[in-house]
Ligand binder design. Sequence first.
Ligand code: PAF
Length: 295
Amino acid sequence: MITSLPSPSAASQWCDRHRNEKISIGYVPTMGALHEGHLSLVARSIAENEVTCASIFVNPLQFNNPDDLKKYPQNRQRDIETLQRVGCDMVYTGLLAQFFPEVEDVKQIKMNDPGPPGKGLEGKFRPGHLEGVVTIVERLFRTVGTCRAYFGEKDYQQTLVVNHLAQRLKGEGLIIDVVPCPTIRENSGLAMSSRNQRLTENQKQVASNIYQALSRAKQSWKIGQHDPAALQRQLREQLAHPDISPDISIDYAAVRDQNNWSAHTPNTEISNARALVAAYVGEVRLIDNLYLGGR
Ligand code: PAF
């Protein structure tokens, strides 16, 4: 039977009790609306730790668009039942104010800086988003304490800023081992996301072109096209193809060196390439990325 806890303080006690008994803890932070992608993180955590906990908290600090927050799918009861079915040991939630007991009003919450990995891409197109992520993730990590924490690579830049945060916390003796996990996809290639629930069947078909464009960029890299500008152009051309347009509107289609992320400038030579796309299909903003290869 899963233990379902209503507050960060109750979750902290549960985690402390297990740690004191030298039981290893795996942790999967979520905003609910669970899908196979989340469940793959839980399965990996169960395989690698003695107990696994998850959190369900729709973090208002990371929504730069209030309408997006309002429309974010939520089904708490179903999520808890799903976590129980797959063998998760504990799930917790809380109110924003409970994560920040030091402030009288949540408007006074001091936002964290995501650091160099937060520059560009999501940092540019969703101002405040990554700040909101690292601000809540720090509290989620402090709640659980030393653990292995599992994140999906669909949110690639998020895994980088979370890793940067974990390095800072390590300096304080809070050891979080951030484990990035592969993106889980629909048969069409569409990356699983809670936001997919808001797409019509036809829009899902259109959205699967994001993965197709990324895959073609990977083929181009394989046969020797290593110029980031040319690869970016190719991505944009494929996404804006007349058969797909006008249903896709691109925020960015970028190619970056994943081992030299922060030093990125448009003319940087790339050795370990990752292509990243953010695009709207109808009103739904989707992100995806793919490792292209090394040289
Ligand atoms: O990836 C998510 O679901 C969220 O950004 C996270 C990490 C749970 C923080 O709210």
